[in-house]
Design a protein around this ligand. Structure first.
Ligand SMILES: Nc1nc2c(ncn2[C@@H]2O[C@H](COP(=O)(O)OP(=O)(O)O)[C@@H](O)[C@H]2O)c(=O)[nH]1
Ligand SMILES: [Mg+2]
Length: 254
């Protein structure tokens, strides 16, 4: 059974009710290895440990960050593949089978559950869709990674990729870490593929994506050399054109 080769890692922060529904669905799909990495939730998430004895819970005291939760999950599990998914039911368990099959059949080290590849769907709020689209556009200006959905948190990593990421000490730790990881894997020759998924808008609880994270994302891509070069190149071009025009006007005033 292909599911036996994968562990599910769910980072969680105040997602108790969502987790109950998600774990029931995952149990129904017969996943055996499920890890919840929780960062000091105050909504009673800890009591789920008794309700779901088959699930491994790691309770960290404070908010230590999304990416660090994912990496802790990778370290705790020892399966061939690791599935990372949100707790809020935005990522459909039914898509996991196809994603694992793609990883196995194409020997991919990362399969991204993609909203923007052909047949992918995003049912997110209008404003969040816009932010996500702009973020992807900027990412493509800045990095040479041919992936349509670089910010998706629905991913499958091979054990090789997990081992590599576990040794990366200076990874970005919040949402921007998703693109940092993508870029590092790409630079180091890991194979990356995309699988079309349907992203479902969360119906319960709140998104933890804050304005600060969005600003961090833009700073991360803007500080990347390629985009910076592009911006400074464009500014120099505009200044040169103005200068040429100015000289032209001086030489030929009429
Ligand atoms: N452990 C942990 N989980 C987090 C943290 N920040 C967000 N999450 C979880 O990561 C997943 C994605 O966060 P979410 O708020 O849904 O992000 P969005 O889908 O971009 O709005 C959810 O399951 C969150 O509960 C964090 O700092 N630590
Ligand atoms: Mg979400």
């Amino acid at each position: 059974m292909i599911y036996d080769r994968a562990s599910i890692i769910i980072p969680s922060l105040n997602e108790r009710n969502n987790l109950i529904r998600l774990i029931k669905k995952l149990n129904h799909e017969s996943f055996k290895s499920i890890y919840v990495i929780d960062d000091g939730s105050t909504d009673g998430t800890a009591s789920l440990k008794e309700q779901f004895p088959n699930v491994h819970f790691l309770f960290r005291q404070n908010k230590m960050g999304l990416i660090s939760a994912e990496i802790d999950g990778m370290r705790l599990s020892n399966s061939d593949y690791v599935v990372i998914m949100d707790a809020d039911l935005s990522h459909k368990p039914e898509d996991i089978k196809g994603m694992i099959e793609l990883a196995v059949n194409t020997s991919s080290d990362l399969v991204i559950g993609s909203r923007y590849t052909e047949n992918g769907i995003s049912n997110d709020e209008f404003i969040r869709k816009g932010i996500s689209r702009v973020a992807n556009l900027l990412f493509h200006f800045s990095f040479d990674v041919n992936i349509s959905d670089c910010t998706s948190g629905f991913r499958i990593y091979s054990r090789k990729a997990c081992d590599f990421l576990s040794t990366q000490v200076d990874l970005e730790n919040s949402y921007v870490g998703q693109v940092d990881i993508l870029n590092r894997l790409n630079r180091n020759g890991f194979k990356i593929s995309e699988y079309p998924v349907e992203f479902v808008k969360r119906t319960e609880g709140k998104s933890k994506l804050k304005m600060k994270e969005i600003v961090n994302f833009f700073l991360f891509v803007i500080y990347n050399k390629k985009l910076l070069n592009y911006i400074t190149g464009s500014i120099s071009l505009i200044i040169s054109l103005i200068f040429i025009l100015y000289i032209f006007i001086i030489l030929y005033p009429y």
